[in-house]
Unconditional design. Structure first.
Length: 110
């Protein structure tokens, strides 16, 4: 009965908790890297779309110049070397073509 003592309050807590739009974006095969004004984008295969953005195959990089440059460099590295880019996303960014997942974390792997 000890489990039930904690399971019911925990279930109620998680059921009542707000849904945050943060989650895994998948392990990407980068197919293109582009800039549109100050906004950088990655086109990729294998991505997830936990937030239901309208264009799940394109991902927005952070707008902060220092972060954007680091992510952009990593994306070009993935594109030119064939490395995989694992990303986490947070919400959807507005783009001229619709909404795209916002990348806030990445790692590269072979």
């Amino acid at each position: 009965m000890q489990v039930a003592r904690y399971a019911i309050p925990a279930a109620l807590f998680f059921a009542a908790a707000p849904a945050y739009c943060v989650g895994p974006g998948g392990t990407l095969t980068v197919t293109a890297v582009s800039m549109d004004g100050p906004q950088a984008y990655i086109d990729a295969q294998g991505g997830l779309n936990p937030d239901g953005c309208t264009l799940p195959g394109r991902f927005a990089l952070p707008n902060d110049p220092a972060q954007r440059d680091a992510f952009y460099t990593a994306a070009i590295t993935a594109l030119t070397t064939g490395m995989k880019m694992t990303v986490w996303v947070n919400g959807c960014a507005s783009a001229p073509w619709g909404t795209v997942p916002n990348i806030y974390y990445f790692s590269l792997s072979k």
